[in-house]
Design a protein around this ligand. Structure first.
Ligand code: ADP
Length: 764
């Protein structure tokens, strides 16, 4: 209830109570005084009559009594008079009905029930009773006067109540006006910030409050302005810090790419043991420097909340094993036992950010090895619960190392922390690792903790919550373990402006016996693709004149499909999560982070060019056929007339066999073929009904399952449709129905045919 309403109601309530009390007391006073008057009049009249009639009563002078009765009856308000002796009536006058009544004598007005106040007088002396006089007085007039008086009092009281209500309304409004102003001012300040002024110059207390408020608002405005200035300065400083870090990392990464690349080539060449050792040390130092840059970059991104995790299917058990295996040589070299137990309940396939899980594991196992002189490191993975398609996975890294003091444990997960300065100083580290692990675990809906006893050892355990994935969904992006080039005679263009990197890349391709053309910048790339045919382009992102992204977009727009559909792989030092999506959106097919390793180059070339090679089944330019199935498909003569094995990427199948087995692959293919038929039906229906959302969803799913089972070209088309939908160009996507129908039919048939040919496990 507002203050104004309370004021009005309060005043009105007090006023009504007072008025009611006043009305009652006035009414009772009026009625009491009237009663008193009536009694007085009745008694004095009766006494007067008795006195006048006494002698006539003693002498039984009826005529005199009659005269007296007549005379008294003229007095106003007397309703009747009877004079009796015993049962005998000596004289009477007035209303017969009133005289006939049995009426007891009245002493107060309250006892009057019939409107007549009855009174009696006896005429007697010490010896005789000479009779009695009964008189009746009308009281209706008094009653009506009282009623009228009551009405007038209530009327006056009501008018007063209304007047009081109006008065209290104005009073309440006046009193609350200043308060309302204060409230409005406070609201304005909370919405628009301080500075608003009430400007009330009334001299009362409320005016003083308003002036104090104005004063406070002015001071707050000043402080607020200062704070805003300070904040924007801090933001600018922070932004410059991030920009500085990003560009510094780029600047460091690019030459590091050159240094590590050259070291990589040197490593492979003939060296004396001494030189080999120096090269190894240089490589290790370079890699360590890169890892620190990565840590700092990760940390800045976490600090600005711009770190995004990937959500992709991957093999969890394998991910753990890979990390543990990578530490085996170091553990062995330090005579430490390194074991890994993965509980049978731990799911093998989950969705999540594989690299980030690896990063956490890498950090913790790395620390455990770093801080353990002798004894063991045990990695234990458990999954205590799975529900609603999610698994909670706990990873423990238990070491028998130096341990951590109670004191240090409290701030261990804070950035730039090194628990034991003396020990840590002798071990390289940025002190950011655990802080990053903590944030990563939290981003994965989990947490990290440590238990440790100095000189006994430490147990770091972290828990993450990951969505379970189907066993066969899109697991193709793993690097090939087998770094053997499967193609020859392919033409590759590398766009790279940095001379050292050009040299490294050229050396790497020489080593692979592949010819490569180098373009200095994006402009140069565009000229070269017009002149020569390339099967694959590796494209640096930051280049003078025209950067990699723009160049890629322009190539994709080229009217010649042999140019516009050439696979392009981004080469960049911007190894930030989320960048990959930006590159893919620009039309790139894949991404490699610098410094590029030979094995990664081989992997990508194998992945994209297996069929371009003359050693491949038949065709030179598989990519040309990719989106142009109308006439460019070359069918292998020996095969079924309608089967085009170009549409099946053998590398992916090999990878699948490596990941699963040659025995289960036919079953996986059957499952995929069956599911894809259903999915295609949904896609065609979505196109017919112009249902963009379903089309986007179904083509996404088709894209990933087709890629998983080797229908790479079909996957590309599905992805293209998906991206058109995402970019709101669904009309263009709808037009691809015919192309998709034909390509899907051929791709599924080719895979079914390939399945019939059978699969064998790779040697070794
Ligand atoms: P750094 O990159 O320096 O290793 P971390 O954040 O990973 O940074 O670790 C911070 C500090 O925590 C280390 O310097 C070390 O003092 C302590 N620490 C981490 N792991 C262990 C461990 N397993 N045993 C003993 N001390 C550890």
């Amino acid at each position: 209830m507002s203050f104004r309403v309370k004021t009005i109601l309060g005043i009105a309530f007090i006023e009504i109570v007072m008025l009611v009390a006043l009305t009652f007391s006035a009414m009772s006073f009026l009625s009491e005084s009237n009663e008193k008057q009536l009694l007085q009049r009745a008694n004095s009249t009766a006494d007067m009559f008795a006195h006048a009639a006494k002698d006539a009563m003693i002498s039984t002078d009826i005529a005199t009594i009659d005269d007296l009765v007549k005379e008294f009856m003229t007095i106003e308000d007397i309703a009747y008079i009877t004079v009796t002796r015993g049962d005998k009536e000596l004289s009477s006058m007035g209303s017969e009905s009133l005289m006939a009544r049995e009426a007891p004598e009245d002493y107060t007005l309250d006892s009057v029930s019939d409107g007549i106040f009855d009174t009696r007088r006896q005429i007697y002396d010490s010896n005789n009773n000479y009779g009695s006089i009964n008189m009746g007085f009308e009281i209706s007039e008094i009653n009506s006067m009282l009623t009228n008086a009551q009405k007038s009092i209530i009327g006056i009281a009501s008018i007063e109540v209304i007047l009081v209500a109006i008065f209290s309304f104005f009073l309440g409004t006046y009193l609350t006006k200043s308060l309302v102003k204060l409230i409005e001012a406070a609201n304005t300040i909370s919405q628009q910030g301080p500075g608003f002024q009430i400007n009330d110059d009334s001299k009362d207390e409320l005016g003083e409050v308003a002036r104090a408020f104005d004063d406070m608002s002015r001071k707050l405005e000043r402080n607020y302005r200062d704070l805003k200035g300070a904040r924007s300065e801090a933001e600018q400083a922070n932004e410059s810090k991030s920009r500085f870090l990003a560009s510094m990392s780029h600047e460091i990464r690019t030459p590091m790419n050159g240094v590590l690349g050259i070291l990589n080539i040197l490593e492979e060449s003939k060296l004396t043991p001494e030189q080999k050792k120096l090269v190894n040390t240089a490589t290790e130092s370079g890699e360590f420097l890169l890892s620190i840059i990565n840590d700092i970059l990760d940390f800045t991104r976490m600090d600005s909340n711009t770190l995004r995790l990937e959500h992709k299917p991957f093999e969890f058990r394998r991910c753990v094993e890979t990390v543990v295996e990578s530490f085996l040589p170091t553990a062995e070299a330090r005579s430490l036992s390194l074991s890994c137990t993965i509980d049978s309940q731990v799911p093998s396939h989950v969705y999540g950010d594989e690299n980030r899980i690896k990063q956490v594991l890498h950090n913790l196992i790395g620390n455990a090895i770093k801080f353990t002189k002798d004894g063991s490191i045990a990695v234990q993975i458990e999954s205590p619960s799975t529900d609603n398609g999610y698994a909670d996975i706990t990873c423990k890294i238990i070491d028998t190392g130096v341990g951590i003091s109670r004191n240090a444990m409290d701030y261990l997960f804070e950035e730039f922390t090194m628990a034991d300065q003396t020990y840590s100083r002798s071990h390289e580290g940025s002190g950011l690792g655990l802080a990053i692990c903590k944030r990563l675990c939290e981003l994965m809906d989990g947490h990290i903790k440590v238990e440790s006893t100095p000189s006994i050892g430490s147990t770091f355990s972290f828990c993450v919550r990951l969505e379970l994935a189907d066993m066969h969904i899109g697991m193709t992006e793993k690097p090939s373990n087998n770094a053997e080039l499967k193609v020859s005679d392919v033409s590759i263009l590398v766009a790279e402006d940095n001379k050292a990197n050009q040299l490294v890349i050229q050396e790497m391709f020489n080593r692979l016996n592949l010819n490569v053309d180098i373009a200095e910048n994006g402009q140069h790339v565009l000229e070269m693709v017009e002149q020569y045919h390339y099967d694959l382009i590796f494209m640096d992102i930051s280049m003078p004149k025209l950067d990699g992204m723009e160049t890629c977009k322009m190539i994709r727009k080229n009217s010649d499909t042999s140019v516009s559909q050439v696979p392009i792989i981004a080469l960049t030092a911007h190894s930030l999560t989320g960048d990959k999506e930006t590159f893919l959106d620009a039309g790139m097919d894949d991404y490699l982070s610098k410094p590029v390793r030979l094995s990664q180059l081989i992997e990508k070339i194998n992945l994209f060019l297996t069929y371009v090679s003359s050693e491949g089944p038949t065709k030179q330019h598989q990519i040309e056929a990719s989106f142009n199935t109308d006439n460019n498909s070359v069918e292998t003569g020996t095969q079924d007339e309608h089967v085009d094995l170009e549409l099946v990427d053998e590398t992916i199948l090999e990878q699948m066999i490596e990941d699963t087995s040659a025995d289960v692959l036919p079953m996986l293919i059957d499952h995929y073929l069956e599911e894809s038929q259903e999915r295609l039906k949904k896609i065609y229906q979505a196109i017919d009904e112009k249902d963009k959302n379903t089309l986007e969803f179904e083509s996404h799913t088709l894209g990933s399952s087709a890629l998983a089972l080797g229908n790479r070209i079909l996957s590309n088309l599905a992805r293209k449709i998906e991206h058109l939908c995402i970019d709101n160009q669904e009309e263009q996507a709808f037009q691809l129905k015919e192309e998709l129908t034909e390509l899907a039919e051929k791709s599924l048939a080719a895979l079914a045919y390939r399945k019939k040919q059978g699969f064998i496990e790779p040697a070794g």
